[in-house]
Design a protein around this ligand. Structure first.
Ligand code: NAD
Length: 468
């Protein structure tokens, strides 16, 4: 006898994690997915972009190989068709792995579009044709999000594209205007720059990567790195107008303040990366509570207020954190709560990993946030160029910024530099477990490695700097 019937709409990293945990705890679980399991992350986000990033890194390294004593290499050209074969193979393998895992666990995966018909019943219009109906005791909305567009910059999927298309292009554009210098915009801008595309970024706010939890010093240094890489960007600007011309598209870029003359830029394609909107198709009859911007509202425990209906992941919007690993944490917590648990997610301890060059990793509070909440907080920085390993790698741009409270508790970490997305894990542990800068400083770090940068910043925070 199963504990109850759970229907999950959306088999992304949030929805399927919830399904797995609920199944382990004894529920009968039906996962409904209109695409393939794995969600945006596996098919239109994290994984295809990481595969592209690897090719971009190799192209960059090959172009700079002579400085490392490698003479006689050929010139390389990115072949999008070959890259796509590699992307497809890896993603197909991962998808198959997930499907088999669901089968082994006894999770039923249904391929089709879900519509809530009435309380307790979901209809699925099957991808293979026909329809099926599933009754539920508990329903989890894990429908995710889709790219947002801008008025005047409507996505046509050909010339004006979103990340969905940019990750699967059949040919490499000669030039690309990226609108939005957030996470998606900067990651993709750098990949195409390394592929040899002429890229320009336009960002409305005064800094690139303007994430509230990312310390301004990191954005400042990141922008400096882009200048060195000769990747042009305009902060405080937006695109006023786009029109088709003989050469492709002509974009008028103007300051957000409205002052000054717009400048014109001819480009082959425009990538719009200005955020996302909730995916709510099929939920009209359910009528979930929405906030003023249309995102689903749920409590700390992920209940929506409708009996037996829960929501997690991107569809909750940026008031939580729209990241795959957050959706997974929320899914696991929601499933346990369906069985009487009291799980919540600690949004203060979520690491962010931005796969730019140099990479960015951050967790916890930025200095400005820490000063506001804990007067007397401070930041200690250590530069990558002072690390032997960074010099050996030829990756000397960047810094570790450690933010600590007046009592020495580690409140945040912000890293720009090689492997920053992995390095941030150590500071994530420190923030989550309430460790102090002394705890980090008293931990022996292997030499010569990049984590020594965290150790050196911690030593500086204890007043005992070694090389800084
Ligand atoms: P975002 O909110 O991170 O960035 C959008 C940017 O567009 C903002 O900086 C905003 O100021 C700018 N913008 C908005 N309107 C503009 C305009 N008219 N002109 C110029 N700039 C404008 O959104 P995103 O980059 O689309 O990413 C969407 C979500 O996906 C985010 O929540 C992000 O965290 C997540 N994501 C994360 C990763 C990662 O962690 N590695 C990777 C991809 C996506």
């Amino acid at each position: 006898m199963s504990a109850f019937k759970l229907v999950v709409i959306g088999a992304g990293p949030g929805g399927y994690a919830a399904g797995i945990r609920a199944r382990q705890l004894g529920a009968e679980v039906v996962l409904i997915e209109k695409d393939r399991p794995g969600g945006t992350c596996l098919h239109r986000g994290c994984l295809p972009s990481k595969i592209m990033k690897r090719t971009a890194e190799l192209a960059r390294d090959a172009a700079g190989a002579e400085a490392f004593g490698l003479i006689g290499g050929g010139t390389f050209e990115v072949r999008m068709d070959r890259l796509r074969v590699r992307q497809k193979k890896i993603i197909d393998d991962q998808t198959l792995g997930l499907t088999r895992h669901f089968q082994a666990l006894g999770l039923k995966l249904v391929h089709g579009a879900a519509t809530v018909e009435k309380t307790g019943t979901v209809r699925v219009d099957l991808a293979a044709g026909g329809a099926e109906r599933y009754d539920y005791d508990q329903l989890l909305v894990a429908t995710g999000s889709t790219p947002a567009s801008l008025p005047g910059l409507e996505l046509d999927g050909e010339k004006i594209i979103s990340s969905d298309q940019a990750l699967w292009l059949e040919d490499r554009p000669a030039s690309l205007l990226v609108v939005g210098g957030g996470v998606i915009g900067c990651e993709l801008a750098q990949i195409f720059h390394d592929f040899g595309t002429r890229v320009t970024i336009v960002e409305a706010l005064p800094r690139l990567l303007p994430l509230p939890g990312l310390d301004e010093e990191i954005s400042k240094n990141y922008m400096r790195s882009l200048k060195k890489l000769k990747l042009p960007f305009f902060t405080g600007h937006t695109v006023a107008d786009i029109r088709e011309t003989a050469g492709g598209l002509t974009a008028a870029i103007r300051p957000v303040s409205g002052e000054g003359e717009p400048r014109e830029l001819e480009v082959e394609r425009v990538l719009v990366a200005v955020g996302r909107r909730p995916a709510l198709e099929g939920l009209a009859a359910l009528n979930p509570p929405l906030d003023s911007r249309g995102w689903v509202e749920a409590g700390e425990d992920f209940r929506t207020g409708i009996p037996g209906v829960w929501a997690i992941g991107d569809c909750l919007g940026p008031a939580r954190v729209m990241l795959a690993h957050v959706a997974t944490a929320e899914g696991l917590a929601a499933a346990e709560n369906m069985f009487g648990g009291h799980k919540t997610v600690n949004y203060q301890c979520v690491p962010s990993a931005v796969f730019t060059h140099p990479e960015v990793g951050c967790v916890g509070l930025a200095l400005a946030q820490a000063e506001e909440r804990h007067p007397g907080s401070r930041a200690n920085d250590f530069l990558f160029r002072q690390l032997g390993q960074a010099q050996a790698l030829g990756e000397i741009d960047g810094l570790v910024r450690l933010v600590s409270g007046p009592e020495g508790r580690v409140l945040g970490g912000h890293i720009l530099g090689a492997a920053a997305t992995s390095l941030v894990a150590e500071i994530g542990l420190a923030v989550t477990k309430g460790l102090t800068v002394n705890d980090l400083a008293d931990t022996i770090h292997a030499h010569p490695t990049l984590p020594e940068g965290i150790w050196e910043a911690a030593l500086a925070a204890t007043g005992r700097p070694l090389h800084g």
